[in-house]
Ligand binder design. Structure first.
Ligand code: ZN
Length: 61
């Protein structure tokens, strides 16, 4: 888990020609559309990973 996750596609143009940016941490450059962007982890969703049982079955009255 020491390796950072790498994006497969540019979020702006969808190209795969991405390379790490010298801007540092989590920054990438797209050679296709010439954009630089940064990926950052925002945190876990409050909802969590549990499957909510309320979604199953529907309501019976
Ligand atoms: Zn791009």
């Amino acid at each position: 888990m020491s390796e950072r996750a790498a994006p497969f596609y540019c979020p702006y143009c969808g190209d795969e020609d991405l390379r790490p940016s010298e801007e540092g941490h989590g920054a990438w450059e797209c050679a296709s559309c010439n954009r630089a962007f940064r990926l950052s982890f925002l945190g876990l969703l409050a909802k969590g990973l549990r499957h909510d049982p309320i979604d199953e079955g529907g309501t019976a009255i």
